[in-house]
Design a protein around this ligand. Sequence first.
Ligand SMILES: Cc1cc2nc3c(=O)[nH]c(=O)nc-3n(C[C@H](O)[C@H](O)[C@H](O)COP(=O)(O)O)c2cc1C
Length: 186
Amino acid sequence: MTVYEAIMNRRTIRKFTQEPLKRDDLLKLVDCARMAAYGANTQPLKFRIVDDEDTMDKIFPKTKWAAMLEDGAPAEDERPTAYIAVIGDTSIKKTFETDAGAAVTNMMLAAEEMGIASCWMGAIDRDAIKRILELDDSYELVYILALGYPAQRSRAVEMKDGSTKYYLDDDGVLNVPKRSMDEVLI
Ligand SMILES: Cc1cc2nc3c(=O)[nH]c(=O)nc-3n(C[C@H](O)[C@H](O)[C@H](O)COP(=O)(O)O)c2cc1C
């Protein structure tokens, strides 16, 4: 798979098989995040791999899934099998969004190549998850990346009537409208 193919084929997946992810693969994803582009090379992020059942069960109720769908959240047997928490170290920097975006993107694309599906999660109860992860005040939880082997199909489709709303088709495939090249090239 080329990088171009990974970029074009990657879609957010919110339903996962319950086959566990390999620890080495999760470590490889963090390694890819570590090598991301960081403003002024500050590298202000830390990462926590979560794949134990107890912590996963505590985190799940603190996440929100597919705001645009009525039934977009994973059922109990479709939940992610790991999370990688992206954590800002305030002793290095105070704002993390852009750097975290670069780190998450590296992880999502590497995951795609490895056959691992992902969902970048920002609609999360940061304070609650910080407590679950026992992170002290010198850390800020920026995002979590939900991971697992895919149990859902999703594809990019041409945007119609300017609607950014993603939807399920009759085959249960998630359709994600993307703006056309004509629209984005100015
Ligand atoms: C910053 C950010 C936060 C996101 N937070 C959530 C989230 O909390 N829950 C969720 O289900 N999806 C979340 N997503 C996934 C987006 O809904 C998804 O990327 C978008 O619909 C486009 O679909 P695609 O990734 O398949 O291209 C987030 C994506 C980004 C970039």
